[in-house]
Design a protein around this ligand. Sequence first.
Ligand SMILES: Cc1ncc(C[n+]2csc(CCOP(=O)(O)OP(=O)(O)O)c2C)c(N)n1
Ligand SMILES: [Mg+2]
Length: 605
Amino acid sequence: MSQTVGDHILERLRDWGVQHVFGYAGDGINGLLSAWQRADNQPTFVQARHEEMSAFEAVGYAKFTGRVGVCVATSGPGAIHLLNGLYDARLDHVPVVAIVGQTARSAMGGHYQQEVDLHTLFKDVANAFCETVMVPEQLPNVLDRAIRIATSRRTVTAIVVPSDVQELEYVAPAHAFKMVPSSLDLTRSAPVPPPAELERAAEVLNSGSKVAVLIGQGARSAAAEVTEVADVLGAGVAKALLGKDVLPDDLPWVTGSIGLLGTRPSYEMMMGCDTLLVVGSNFPYSQFLPEYGQARAVQVDIDPTMVGLRYPFEVNLVGDAGETLRRLLPMLRRQDDRSWREDLEAKVERWWEVMQRRAFTAADPINPELVFHELTPRLPDDAIIAADSGSAADWYARHVRIRGEMRASLSGTLATMGPGVPYVIGAKTGHPDRPCVALVGDGAMQMNGINELITIAKYWRDWSDPRMVIAVLHNNDLNQVTWELRSMGGSPQFLPSQQLPDFPYAAYARSLGLHGILVEKPEDVGPAWDEALTSDRPCVVQFVTDASVPPIPPHATWDQIEKMAESVVRGDSDRWDVVKEGVRSKVQEMLPGTKDHPDQVPPDD
Ligand SMILES: Cc1ncc(C[n+]2csc(CCOP(=O)(O)OP(=O)(O)O)c2C)c(N)n1
Ligand SMILES: [Mg+2]
């Protein structure tokens, strides 16, 4: 039976095991859409409100399922809208394939409607592979390469299909000159460094007595090996943001997040170590790693182009994290002096006490830290969690304690606003049986999350477990940037850029047939989480939070904290009268006692 190019693209996607495609319609892909109808919607088309959301959904799907994410958009404006989501994928090393339309071949170059130079548009984001299908015989090769390259290099690829080509009859490549055949198979490979390189790494690691380990998402399949290495070396393990769910936080030697959003124990471990092992992480902020020359360092990464970037490593092992560590382990000598590790464990224990204390510090009306603190014990073991960029990322990084089968992510490298809600839509599409939680600021909700609630309302009945909670930090402020302005820009708050208009998030959710809860009192925070996490439908919880609670970085000195507090007090708007008494006193409440190691002070009681 004859097939169009559109039919063939969908068949080939099915052959690759692609079950869902995230997209938005337009006449640049009409040929594909009519093929979709003939294909009885297989793979399933998931419709967003905006192509950027389709791309984010593909990223969330790929992050939480480990499969390739596929998104589709029309030519011109649709392709342009995809861009930010595609960059999110590319920067976080997530495999995503974009399929976009283009004007018909007869009009190309004619300054035609919705014709933009898609190769130039995608030149950077899809630099690994971007190809236009001009004749049917280019398929299946172009599609296969797009999937294979995206998957094996964990990156973004793009296929451009002019609208008239989508409707041509598909003709397979012939066994002939200038024809390129193709095949479907993709096997996983796990490269390992040669024994001599492993010996060099082992020598470095065995020479230290205070070993710090930093893991990222590249260690995902190596949790057991990292655990064993850390045990043998008597090390603590810090986690880069994208590696937050690689190891649970109930292990006493896991120091938690690192960096500006990180924990004090991670910071102190890095500042005090004499040896550093980085596994599967491209954590960019070298000021949170040991002083240059302080530590001998080894890196393990699967990508030879990503090693040696962040620290003057002595040995850069290129290989699969699990396989490499498995081969390294027999070469490592057990550290008998456990004092470094015991000291780290004590710091971690104290840190959680500090977190608890911070969460219960009074605020007006709700301390955002309390929202995250109350969430953690209520999270189901199999929850999937997404945080948006904004102060939510701070509280997520520090307060959410990973355990069980939980998965969690955010836009780690692009740090874009907006992926929180679409990530969990992508997650639910891949795992309809798992509860999902998105932690999102009001700015991000107004940017796009509100619209994407419509998508949730459209699809939630298809999910076998309907639980999806969208938690909104309603602080009427672009708070993260406000604090950045205060601590780095020296400006109290520039209201014309920072202040946000009000919006009834919970009531709006209810108007869509979802559940919505407005929380205005600290004592209602826990019960609201309970209600949301047991709801029979997706639920928006609108937490009215205090914008004056400072996201204190782990390395902040007392002076810096006081400066942040003063910057609020200096704020000249009436709105800030509420906090006049000050973040200063609040900060002091949170960090009683000492100017030297504020975060390390145990609670008074
Ligand atoms: C697309 C995009 N625009 C702007 C920024 C800069 N930015 C980072 S966090 C933030 C504020 C987020 O505000 P909101 O969502 O209300 O969260 P809050 O910090 O108030 O909790 C901004 C503007 C960004 N990261 N991404
Ligand atoms: Mg906000």
